[in-house]
Design a protein around this ligand. Sequence first.
Ligand code: UD1
Length: 337
Amino acid sequence: MKILLAGGAGFIGSHTCIELTKAGYDVVIADNFSNSKPEVLNRINQLTGKEIPFYQIDVADKAALDGLFTQENIDAVIHFAGYKAVGESVEKPLMYYKNNMDSTFSLIEVMEKHGVSNLVFSSSATVYGIPKTVPLIEGMDTGCTNPYGWTKLMNEQILTDCAKANSSLSIVLLRYFNPIGAHPSGRIGEDPNGIPNNLLPYITQVAAGKLKKLGVFGNDYDTPDGTGVRDYIHVVDLAKGHVAAIDYADKHKGTEIFNLGTGVGYSVLDIVNAFEKSNNIKIPYEIKPRRSGDIATCYADPAKAFNVLGWKAEKNLDDMCKDAWNWQSNNLKGYDV
Ligand code: UD1
């Protein structure tokens, strides 16, 4: 079975490529390197011992995508392609709506033309908006606070409607919580452009001496230590969730939504302490004002993914902190060699 990873050169796509290959799937990657680097492909080929077919295309380019589907006998698609910086999406909403929606339109249209029915979509816990209660369950209310989040929710709606109209389609919507860590080999990991927005890459860059100190965005939230609580999940566990989702899509029709999280919430200071303990490195930090749009607490109820997909996260916070640092310390410039 051959799986197309649209946007497959990124952080989650690259790890998913490894896990799918390990599980015996053939994989094809399409990416325009808008937020990734060509070197990741060499690393993936080394880790899998295979030459993974790669197409440098923008998946929103329907003609180019059609060419790929004509060349390769694709059985299913995982759609990772999209911009993902919340702050940037507030400044450049049209760029976000255009890019993140066009890629989906193009994929669905070309899939239908070539008779491909199975799609797994990268959604986000951000679609729960400001949670009224936690843990978050798939059936709870949705709503977003920024254009990035809306593109995720709109994509979920569009794909759900497509599956209603075309009963041969099988759509799996995966709502990721906070993916961190890296492949234990230290060969692939997260390589953000510029100064990281997300917590773990910021911490690893402080540990590497590239950034002076971490700013902790608020210590007056209604949480045990006042800092924001999130459900951090090891990217390899998350990648395995995609393998389970592809298996599921192959056997079921219609749309299904799954949270991919651990079910455990950790605060920013928990993460700082865990990173220091796991790696024996001090992380200097200072308390800063709250970041606009942040919420106090967000963690998953991952029971549905376990009951239906047979998937659950297996790695712990120590694994996440060690693997994140193993990647960063062995690749001080990320994929720039
Ligand atoms: C962010 C996005 C979310 C996206 C997810 C994955 C926002 C508001 N949300 O989630 O939509 O799906 O990334 O990419 O950006 N923190 C600090 N200092 C930092 C960075 C973060 O204290 O330098 C804190 C945050 O306030 C938060 C926690 O660390 O409490 C996690 O932040 P982050 O890694 O950016 O993830 P989210 O905000 O949960």
